[in-house]
Design a protein. Structure first.
Length: 201
């Protein structure tokens, strides 16, 4: 681990109460950097950890009083997420130019608030941050579709019909303080295979 990473992680732990950055640092052993945008599963893991630890998933169904979800800033939120995910997947394959604008915008909001106490997010005190986190998570989930799976059927299913019945589709990382379980699963016909990250404590 280089000196820069060590320095960033040390800053994460200086706060007396857990922050978004310190929570991720404790779990992944690395700081929150732009390198997470180079691979959708990395961003998915980050947002999943923060959502789980802050319990902010509940805002999908019950946002705080006075706000709405999805955000009125994006009237066609689902379409925007899907379009951004497709553009990002193309960028990952050929990383020239900038990442999609919505991804960049929400990521900037997230990075600027990475030092926020986890309790603030849990209480929904900064709704703009909650919006960014939920949107980043959705974009990463969509962008993960098809990664590492060869598809050649019109219905978008994998060549191997036994792909999802094999125990070998679970990938665990036991040396981490929790268990990562990566399981491929079916989704939409055109974007049918996506990794789903489950964290077991």
């Amino acid at each position: 681990m280089n000196a820069t990473v060590v320095d960033e992680l040390s800053k994460c732990y200086q706060s007396q109460e857990p922050t978004l950055a310190s929570t991720w640092g404790a779990v992944a052993g690395r700081p929150i950097t732009d390198e997470l945008l180079e691979w959708p599963p990395d961003l998915f893991a980050l947002t999943d950890v923060i959502l789980a630890r802050s319990e902010a998933y509940r805002f999908l169904l019950s946002p705080p009083a006075g706000v709405e979800w999805p955000s009125g800033r994006l009237p066609r939120w689902s379409d925007a997420v899907e379009d951004t995910a497709r553009q990002w997947s193309a960028w990952v394959d050929d990383p020239r130019g900038a990442v999609p604008s919505l991804l960049a915008e929400e990521w900037t909001v997230f990075r600027e608030r990475a030092g926020m106490p986890l309790e603030h997010l849990k209480g929904g005190r900064d709704w703009r941050m909650c919006e960014a986190l939920l949107t980043l998570h959705a974009i990463a989930d969509e962008a993960c579709a098809g990664l590492g799976i060869a598809l050649d059927r019109s219905d978008g299913l994998p060549r191997d019909p036994d792909l999802f019945s094999s125990a070998n589709n679970w990938i665990t990382v036991p040396q981490l303080p929790f268990m990562f379980a990566l399981l491929t699963k079916c989704g939409h016909p055109s974007w049918s295979i996506r990794p789903s990250l489950t964290i077991t404590y």
